[in-house]
Design a protein. Structure first.
Lengths: 274, 204, 209, 255
């Protein structure tokens, strides 16, 4: 048993215990409200492009966000076209869209569609901008897209009223901005992002290219509060807080211990971490 | 042939691409759109490269019967099993969804989840605030974390606002500098490729 | 079925978690399953793309031109041959040429021009303090100042002396704020995954939460 | 096709950027001397070798999961420098790899560095080892090697993707003197908190080009500096013009 094992065990136990502390959502931040309002204010009958650009590894943050967003969009009876730049996202999109679509009484192919994944990243999105059917000959389940009612009014991805991109890396929103918004200035984008990918995309938010974002589980909990449906986002809040506090305390203790050791053992040994 | 052909192809395609985008001439755009569609097919066909590569590496391990060849056998079985089930029954089938949901997803989430333990350990053992820069890093990280947790809200209602501000203003400024630098660097790499002077991008 | 799945998922989660103690056979088993499935899944999803987007229109709709990208893509597989390995350069050349042109023309606007425009903002707010001092817009000034000094830090061929030196020094602090924000954000992300796994183990599996 | 083509300012921007790069590459190839500013991380690499020599223990070097690209070539230049120093000073470098093609290239680099030194007999084939392809498997395997060989210093040029922290923290637990560098800014904070020295972003290109003297990269770095100055000048000009109330140039640029 070494020092790091002690830290691992202590950290694990504290986070587990913290999960039993009941938590409730607080008011939503400006950026979350921006996402909510963007969807809320769309005229009925509008179509939303939903990007499922995440991998299974990040399902913890992305799935609660996706569930909350899709529920909000479907309650408003807006149409959804779901696409994905990576291969694992459509599996989640398929499950969540079908589940919430059934609950809200919507029909696949008329109110929403999951087009799935296509390779090519940047070039795929650029082609998608002008012509969705040029990329997706079929949807994720293999149905032909030619006569799908949901795609009737929309020719290119640039024509949708709003894009909601759920991405676990900055490259998701960046690609849509570079490949669609660069050529169509009225293309509106809001995002649901893992916490880790928020800082790198902030320049685009500050410049107004991205209207709003939902950050990680915290953002999911805020959104769950807005639409009144509790999920993992809200449940996790206290454990999240305690875990973060624990990290900060560890930095503090580590540094105090370092100073203390340096004081009694002299500088050389402390530098080597002994 | 080995050297001039790839470079020529790159130059021709890049020229069509730039000319099409900058001029917007319909015939060029038509070619470009076909080219972009081909990328989807090429990417799709190339997707099995990783699998073939794994098959090669682990196949050799199995043949040599070195230590750990049992894991290689398992890897190959899982990989081929996934491919056979997925292609014969489709990814929407119950069995495939079961594998995806109860084997693949927990594994890939778990492997990232244990990183939090390593972060905790690194913070304790390695994160020495020796310089003013490290102090700035810690303060910024603290504010961002507290700003996005209920803990920060309960300490003071101003903490979420300060956290938001750090994220929105100084972080945006620094990130924008980095972004501009990186975009320029990316263009430089590409220019070296089409000028035929970037070594090695054809070797990977 | 659901119960079986939860048990399998829980045991696999614990197998990965055992790395925290040390490298062990359970961890290696779980890891190899993960690597195998990831590669397999990519093949499965792309198989249907190639079949539905490329092959079916070719056979049923007579789009025989789709044969070209399929052949170009297949050239990649010559990397496993010593003699014809150079043929992989053809699809790579195609890839670099097209994604370069597409990527750069997109990035020029969203990641360069728009960023320059967004940095140029009024440095004064509307109105005056006490009627005569112009109110500075601190946020816009920080954005302007931070972007410029960060760019200065990345000067490679100019020594950090004089005005570039002081700018670069300040720029390094902006980079540190950025790195701090990224560090904090990654901690949040990883913690979320950990909480998700704990929640799964305690709620779905052990049913104690 | 409406909305497909770009506007004139974008085209002008492209021509200027490409022109400056090409001009500087040509100048550098024609023998213009491009000086890279001093980079502290390079000095630290020499310190790391010194530390390994003093302690009589090996030194570990890795390129992460990077495939052949710009950062890989910068890392190669640093590796060549490291291998020849190790050959001269009689310490034992261990290089672990996760990409087969990179593995073959590093083997060649280390071998040729030893052959070119005064002590070609010090070269041993097991200095360069292939571990695994997957980043997590690679990191765990490389840490095992580092533990068994009891390395004194650990130099990581390149990214490990999400496994970066696993690797960097693992090295820390083994009490190695760590230097890292990457242009993957997502992973940089982890290097920063767990390593003694960190090369930030483009510094690795600078360091690599400085050591290898690659004219093309040097020319590009010079061009990049010009462009950065240009961007700064553009921002300042627009700001000043905005203050005195002239908005026409910015309006044209935003078209």
């Amino acid at each position: 048993m070494k020092t790091h094992h002690v830290i691992f065990i202590a950290f694990g136990i504290i986070v587990i215990v913290a999960m039993f502390i009941p938590s409730s959502g607080k008011e939503a931040s400006d950026k979350t409200m921006a996402v909510y309002n963007a969807i809320e204010k769309l005229p009925s009958g509008s179509t939303i492009l939903l990007g499922a650009d995440f991998e299974a590894a990040n399902r913890a943050e992305m799935v609660p966000q996706m569930e909350a967003l899709v529920r909000h969009i479907m309650r408003r009876h807006l149409k959804i076209i779901s696409i994905s730049m990576w291969d694992q996202g459509p599996m989640f999109a398929e499950r969540i869209l079908r589940k919430i679509g059934d609950e809200e009484g919507l029909t696949y192919g008329i109110d929403y569609v999951n087009l799935g994944y296509a390779a090519g990243a940047q070039s795929m999105v650029r082609l998608l901008k002008d012509d969705i059917k040029a990329v997706y000959k079929t949807d994720f389940s293999g149905n032909k897209t030619d006569d799908m009612p949901v795609l009737k009014d929309i020719v290119g991805a640039g024509d949708v009223s709003l894009m909601v991109d759920l991405s676990d890396s900055p490259s998701g929103p960046t690609t849509y901005l570079e490949q669609i918004q660069s050529f169509k200035k009225d293309f509106r984008l809001v995002c649901g992002l893992t916490a880790a990918s928020v800082p790198p995309i902030m320049p685009y938010v500050e410049s107004g290219q991205i209207e709003g974002y939902i950050i990680g589980l915290k953002g999911a909990s805020e959104y769950e509060g807005l639409i009144g449906k509790k999920g993992l986002g809200t449940i996790s809040l206290s454990a999240q807080s305690v875990g973060q506090a624990m990290i900060l305390i560890l930095i503090l203790i580590g540094n105090l211990a370092f100073l203390w050791i340096r004081k009694i053992k002299g500088k050389e040994n402390a530098e080597l971490g002994k | 042939m080995e050297n001039w052909l790839p470079i020529t192809i790159t130059i021709i395609i890049a020229t069509i691409g730039f000319a099409g985008v900058f001029s917007g001439l319909p015939p060029l755009m038509g070619i470009l759109r076909l080219g972009m569609f081909w990328m989807i097919i090429i990417g799709g066909v190339a997707a099995a490269l990783g699998a073939v590569n794994l098959l090669q590496i682990h196949g050799i391990k199995v043949v040599r019967r070195g230590s750990g060849s049992i894991y290689s056998i398992i890897l190959i079985i899982v990989m081929l099993g996934t491919i056979i089930i997925g292609i014969s029954m489709s990814p929407q089938s119950l069995l495939y969804r079961f594998l995806f949901e109860f084997i693949f997803t927990p594994l890939s989430t778990a492997i990232f989840a244990i990183l939090s333990f390593f972060i905790a350990s690194a913070c304790f053992r390695a994160f020495r605030i020796r310089t003013a820069e490290a102090l700035v890093l810690v303060i910024s990280a603290t504010l961002v974390m507290l700003g996005k947790s209920t803990l920060g809200e309960s300490i003071s209602p101003y903490i979420p606002k300060i956290g938001e501000w750090v994220m929105n203003i100084p972080n945006s400024a620094g990130s924008r500098g980095i972004l501009l630098g990186a975009s320029l660097g990316g263009i430089a790499v590409f220019l070296r490729v089409i000028l035929g002077i970037e070594r090695g991008h054809f070797l990977g | 079925m659901e119960t079986l799945g939860i048990w399998i998922a829980a045991l696999l989660t614990l197998a990965i978690g055992s790395l925290l103690w040390r490298q062990n056979p359970f961890y290696r088993l779980a890891e190899h399953i993960l690597v195998g499935f990831t590669a397999g899944h990519l093949v499965v999803i792309n198989y249907f793309n190639v079949a539905n987007f490329g092959v079916k229109p070719m056979i049923k709709g007579g789009m025989w031109i789709n044969v070209v990208p399929i052949i170009i893509g297949l050239l990649f597989y010559f990397r496993f041959s010593k003699r014809y390995a150079w043929l992989t350069r053809i699809p790579l050349a195609y890839f670099f040429g097209l994604s370069g042109a597409i990527g750069i023309t997109g990035a020029l606007d969203a990641s360069i021009r728009q960023q320059i425009i967004a940095t140029v903002k009024p440095l004064w707010s509307q109105g005056l303090i006490w009627g005569f001092i112009p109110a500075l817009n601190i946020n816009n000034i920080i954005i302007l100042f931070g972007t410029i000094t960060t760019l200065c830090y990345f000067f490679m061929t100019r020594p950090h002396k004089g005005i570039i030196g002081s700018s670069a020094y300040i720029g390094r602090f902006f980079i540190m704020v950025t790195l701090g924000a990224r560090f904090g954000a990654v901690v949040m992300s990883r913690l979320s995954l950990l909480i998700d796994r704990f929640y799964f183990l305690m709620h779905d599996w052990l049913k104690i939460l | 096709m409406e909305g497909t083509q770009t506007t004139l300012p974008i085209f002008v921007l492209f021509v200027i950027i490409a022109g400056i790069y090409i001009y500087n590459i040509i100048r550098a190839r024609k023998g213009l001397n491009v000086n890279i500013r001093p980079i502290k991380g390079l000095v630290a690499i020499d310190e790391a070798i010194g530390r390994a020599v003093e302690m009589g223990r090996p030194i570990h070097f890795t390129l992460g999961i990077s495939r052949f690209f710009s950062d890989t070539f910068a890392a190669f230049a640093i590796l060549r420098h490291l291998a020849s120093k190790c050959a001269e000073m009689g310490t034992y470098p261990i290089i672990t790899n996760s990409v087969v093609t990179v593995h073959l290239a590093t083997e060649e680099i280390v071998r040729s560095a030893y052959m070119a030194s005064n002590y070609p007999d010090r070269y041993r084939p097991d200095m360069v080892r292939f571990i695994a392809k997957d980043p997590f498997a690679y990191s765990v395997g490389a840490l095992d090697v580092m533990r068994q060989e009891n390395v004194a210093s650990n130099i990581m040029i390149g990214t490990f993707g999400s496994a970066t922290l696993l690797m960097a923290e693992g090295g820390r637990i083994l009490n190695t003197y760590q230097i890292a560098g990457t242009d993957d800014l997502e992973q940089l904070p982890f290097y920063f908190i767990s390593c003694d020295y960190t090369l930030i972003g483009e510094e690795i290109y600078g360091a690599g080009a400085h050591l290898s003297g690659d004219k093309n990269v040097l020319g590009c770095l010079r061009g990049e500096d010009w462009l950065k100055i240009g961007i700064i000048a553009l921002i300042l000009t627009f700001t000043v013009l905005g203050i005195i109330g002239i908005n026409a140039p910015l309006d044209w640029f935003s078209r």
